[in-house]
Each structure stands twice: as C-alpha cells, then as structure tokens.
Ligand binder design. Structure first.
Ligand code: F3S
Length: 412
C-alpha cells in the first residue's frame, strides 16, 4: 500500500504510540482489502458506545488507546450508549453494567469524542456534505449519508472506527470509489407517493432481496419527508446490509435511472407492489396477536418532527396501564419537545422519553416483555433476539392504537 511521507512518519510513531497503533490497524486492514492507499476523512462515527454490543473487547480497545494518550484527529461522534447515565427508574440495570458504561463514557472524554450518543449524528454534531469522505459505523447512519446526503463512507467496523478517528484516515476501497457506487439491482416500486410505513417496509423488502447489491428504487414520485428515508435506510441496512441505495432525483449522484446504474447493465426489475408489501409486513411480525408489554419507537432516534406527529396522535389518549411506551431520541429533542409542549402531551398519555440509548442496545431484555410493538423496520429485525420478545410491526398510528387498547390485533 502506498503511504504518504506523513503517513509513514505516523506509522513510525511521529504522532505518538496511539496513532502508530491505529496506523498499523488501518494498513493491515487496507492490505486485506487490496486498497492502493489511505485517504483522509472528514469525520468519524463510533459504535463502540455500549457494552451490550461492544462487550469487554470494545472497552479494552478504547482503554488501550486512552492509555497510549490518543486523541481524535477529526470530529468524532458516538452512537447510543447502553443506558442514559442520568436516567433512572424504567428498569434496574445491574451495577456492573452501569460501571462499564461509565468507563466507556470516560474513555470517550479522554479520546475527545463528541458525546452525542445518537444514531442520527448528521442532525446532532456533524453535517456531511456531498462528496465528503467519512469513516462511519452505524448502519442506519451510513446508508443515510451515502444515499441522501451524497457523502462517501463504507460501513466501517467497530474498533476500526476508533483507529480512523485517531488517524483521520481510512483505506481507499468500496464506497469511496465512484465506480463501486453504481446501481446493481432494480426495484420497481408501485407506490408513487409512499407513506412512512410503506417506505419502511420497502426498505426491509430491499434488504431481503438485494444480496449485497446496490438497489435502485424506481417509481417513487415524491417522498413526504426525509425522515421516511431514514426509516427506509435503517430497515434495508438491518435486513440486508444495504449501505447505499439510489432513488432517482433524491440521491444526489442519481439524477435519473441511467445515471444511477452508470456502466452497469440495468437488470429486469423486482416488483414491490401491494402483494409484496403485505408479505413483507407479515415477515416483519414475529408476534401472535395478544396483550402488549411495550411499544418502542425511535429507531433510528426520533426527530423533533416525528415527536410532534406522535404528540398529535397521543393528545387526549390514555395508554393502557400495562403497556410501557418508550420514545428513543436525542436529549436535545426532549428539551425542544418540552418547549413546544409536546412532552407534556406525550407524558400525560402515559408514554416516556428515553435519551442516549435505544431499545436494541439497552437492556430491555431484562424487563421480560413477552410481546412488543414498533414502527421501526430495524427494531423489528433485531427485537426478537435483542429484546427477546415476540415483535409486531406497524405504522405509528397502529402502534398508538394498540398501546391504548393494550393489545396487538395481528397484521392488518
Ligand atoms: Fe439507532 Fe439503536 Fe436503531 S442505534 S438505528 S435506535 S438500533
């Protein structure tokens, strides 16, 4: 691999032992990808942020870099933690796990990472531009910044993201190369003005059908708002590892279908119509109809616009007393919701805000919910294993209706 003179000096230790170790990691990784060189990146986003998925190995990596005196070389944001360390009461976290989350927080401080604790860092901490090269993890954020903001990032791996932050470099391969960003699979979407729920189900469908190819979604005339793309991308990334999709006229580098495919042949389309919608929604529900333990929304973290919509739906309603209704979001959104009056409306209905963590990476499995419901495709994918509960998926309107009734009636 070709290194610049500055990079060779970093590898020799000119910027300290932490930077040297990080360079060793990246060079080894780059060689395994047969990358010709490293490239500078504008920012990093880190997923070694909660002990549940990072485990002791992730904590060890962080503390190793801290012990070597490392600091982030570029703006670096972090994914949700395992628990909001300032939040109490929803469920009891074993002291040992709390302590590990505190050590992750302390390591982040020492490394000079921005503690936004969110999977929507493009709204809280960083604003990637078209053409920027980034070193991000967090599958839902990666697919959003690639497909909607026009930035370039691979879905980096946990631990390597720390090395990227410390050096400000990543190997040149994959989605950093224009020719690797072209469409490979065509989905003919039969919903020209898709609803939010249809977008999420489409994302899940795309994930199940792409087989690691880059999908081009054709037939969408108008997307109601960008939050719908956040939900679609997260579902596609969870169900099938999608890191980039194209929607003509929405994805910055895909003005039309031909441009989206570039030199690649345009294959026969896979249809996504009413039948596929219904089938896919069925696959997203592992639950049998019956009483609900919890409704969990905010995967990816809810934006303030989504909180506003939810406040309107919950106004004057009462959630069944046996159902927990959790809204996961960034802490600043809770403050905005309070100022706007949404928070009191939502809390009066019986729902609770939770910040700095999420339903998948926190210890919701300790609550013993036998059945939960969500409006998120990504949550629907992970909840059966991570929350250890039967999972129902539906629109936010269906989630509210079920929470008030106290039970899920089955796939509509
Ligand atoms: Fe975000 Fe957690 Fe979902 S990190 S995308 S809310 S699984």
């Amino acid at each position: 691999m070709q290194l610049t003179s500055e990079e060779r000096e970093m590898l020799a230790g000119s910027k300290g032992p932490g930077c040297r170790l990080a360079m060793e990691v990246l060079v080894e990784m780059g060689e395994s990808y047969q990358a010709p060189c490293l490239i500078p990146v504008e920012s990093a986003h880190i997923v070694v942020s909660n002990h549940k998925s990072a485990c002791d190995a992730g904590l060890e990596i962080l503390e190793k870099f801290v012990s070597l005196g490392s600091k982030a070389a570029i703006p670096t944001t972090v994914d949700p933690g395992g628990i909001d360390l300032e939040w109490r009461g929803a469920y009891k976290i074993p002291g040992e796990l709390l302590e590990k989350q505190r050590r992750i927080r302390d390591a982040f401080r020492a490394l000079d990472f921005i503690p936004c604790w969110t999977c929507i860092p493009y709204l809280f901490g960083q604003s990637p531009r078209v053409g920027d090269h980034l070193g991000w993890t967090e599958s839902s954020a990666v697919v959003y910044v690639n497909s909607i903001l026009g930035a370039n990032t691979n879905r980096e791996t946990a631990g390597v993201d720390v090395a990227i932050s410390i050096t400000g470099r990543t190997p040149l391969h994959g989605l950093h190369l224009k020719k690797k960003r072209k469409g490979e699979l065509l989905i003919d979407v039969r919903f020209p003005y898709p609803t939010r729920e249809q977008m999420v189900i489409l994302g899940y469908f795309a994930g199940l059908n792409t087989a690691a190819k880059i999908p081009v979604l054709n037939g969408i005339e108008k997307i109601a708002r960008l939050e719908d793309c956040i939900g679609l991308g997260a579902a596609s990334a969870a169900a099938g590892g999608v890191a980039l999709y194209h929607i003509a006229g929405i994805t910055p580098e895909a003005g039309d279908i031909k441009t989206a495919f570039g030199e690649n042949p345009i294959p026969p389309p896979i249809v996504f119509g009413p039948r596929e919608l219904k089938d896919t929604k069925g696959k997203m529900c592992t639950a049998q109809p019956g009483s609900l333990g919890a409704v969990m929304v905010g995967c990816p973290h809810y934006t303030i616009a989504e909180i506003r919509d939810l406040a309107r739906l919950l106004a004057g309603q009462k959630i069944d007393r046996n159902v927990r209704f959790w809204i996961f979001t960034h802490k600043a959104n809770i403050l905005l919701a309070e100022r706007a009056g949404y928070k009191s409306t939502i809390e009066e209905a019986g729902a609770e805000f939770v910040a700095d963590t999420c339903m998948v990476v926190t210890y919701a499995d300790l609550c013993g919910f036998s059945r939960i419901m969500t409006d998120s495709g990504k949550c629907a994918y992970y909840a059966p294993t991570e929350i250890a509960s039967e999972t129902a998926f539906g629109s936010i309107e269906e989630c509210v209706e079920a929470a008030v009734r106290g039970e899920w009636a089955g796939v509509s």
